[in-house]
Design a protein around this ligand. Structure first.
Ligand code: SAH
Length: 376
């Protein structure tokens, strides 16, 4: 069915007010509807019981409440959950919920695929298909709340308390839509997730980092992964465009960053690639040199079908963490969550793509096995 009506989800307050004005309704209606959509989480226009039946009918001619279609919902043995969503155009994206003691973070995607091709990232092997719309970004939160049964917003003891823009895609490459979506998500009369509970992770799109702080006003995480340009050029190729010097200067100047609100430096630990004690010392030195209020987050590399990288040994990771600690930096080791459902960092990718990769790996193995007797 071609959709000619407008999705109410994903409109900013101003856009919703304009949309209501376009059918002759006053601004206070938009305020009521906002509350129904984002505080109560209603799924149907007719459930907005403070509006008249005739207004329901009029609204239904022009608008709808678009929820994302859940194609698959997986729950890990460790309690984390993953949703695979099928978008209206058939593309697929994933979100992951990671519950913890007293809090829980929803990891949200910003693009279908990714344009950055980081060498160790599963999503990076998938080409960029398109940016997500504000509706599709906000929709991930709506769907998680539906699934966790956490409407209305604002009650105490919720499981889903935090948002991390750390799913598929590079959020700063989809700046406008991400900004709109987070503006909606932060709104105190709606889903009301405060900016202090939102972290945006970037691989280092330097020209947009300051704007992220000024306009989106959320905490920043940076996918650092290497302390030297030669290595970072390989692991995070956007480094060739915006090398460490530029990235670290932008971090030092990040609006709102200070000791109480540090920038998270994400560091994926890859065996024999970036996990030496010298690397740890160099990292600390860089943070000092650039005067960055930083904390580290060490992420043991999560393997995926087709990768050549391996996870650092437990020993190497702990030693790395200790060196950073001794030099004055917090450097917790992120426990891999949801590996059994391929929901861990860098493992996200539409399932159909993974199936293709697995088939390719099986084919290569078959060819290899068949060739072996000849080479022996
Ligand atoms: N594009 C943004 C958002 C993705 S966040 C960014 O790069 O920051 C996802 C985080 O997981 C990033 O820090 C990414 O570098 C990391 N990651 C990617 N692949 C990984 C893997 N296989 N194992 C562990 N972490 C990985």
């Amino acid at each position: 069915m071609t959709q000619t009506r407008t999705n109410l989800i994903g409109l900013t307050r101003e856009e919703l007010t304009d949309a209501m004005a376009s059918i002759g309704e006053k601004a206070f209606r938009a305020k009521q509807i906002w509350h129904w959509l984002y505080h109560q989480g209603v799924k149907n226009i007719s459930d907005m019981t403070s509006l008249s039946k005739s207004l329901h009918a009029k609204m239904e001619e022009h608008f709808y409440i678009g929820r994302l279609e859940v194609a698959r919902h997986l729950v890990s043995v460790d309690g984390s959950q993953k949703w695979l969503f099928r978008l209206e155009d058939g593309n697929e994206i994933e979100s992951v919920f990671i519950p913890d003691e007293g809090r829980g973070a929803l990891c949200i995607s910003s693009q279908v695929g990714c344009s950055l091709n980081c060498d160790f990232c599963n999503t990076g092997t998938q080409r960029i298909v398109r940016n997500l719309t504000p509706a599709e970004i906000v929709g991930q939160l709506m769907a998680a709340r539906d699934s966790l049964n956490e409407w209305p917003s604002g009650v105490d003891g919720r499981l889903l308390t935090n948002i991390v823009m750390m799913g598929m895609g590079e959020p700063l490459m989809n700046f406008d839509n991400v900004k709109k979506a987070l503006t909606i998500i932060k709104d105190g009369e709606g889903t009301a997730i405060s900016r202090r509970r939102i972290t945006l992770s970037t691989a280092g799109v330097v020209p947009l980092i300051a704007r992220c702080g000024d306009e989106i006003e959320v905490d920043l995480a940076v996918s650092l992964h290497a302390a030297r340009d030669e290595l970072r050029d390989i692991l995070v190729p956007i480094n060739k465009k915006y090398p460490l010097d530029q990235l670290l200067k932008a971090c030092a100047a990040y609006p709102g960053a200070r000791n109480a609100r540090r920038i998270t430096m994400e560091y994926v630990m890859i065996k024999d690639v970036n996990d030496s004690p010298e690397d740890a010392r160099l990292l600390a030195k860089l943070m000092r040199q650039y005067k960055i209020p930083a904390k580290f987050n060490l992420i043991p590399f999560n393997p995926w079908p087709g990768t050549n990288y391996e996870t650092s040994s437990n020993n190497a990771v702990h030693k790395f963490s200790r060196i950073l600690n001794d030099l004055g930096f917090s450097a917790p080791i992120r426990q891999p969550r949801g590996r059994d459902i391929m929901a861990a960092c860098g493992q996200l990718k539409s399932d159909s793509e993974n199936q293709k990769l697995k088939a390719l790996a099986a084919k290569r193995k078959a060819e290899h096995d068949a060739a072996e007797p000849l080479s022996a």
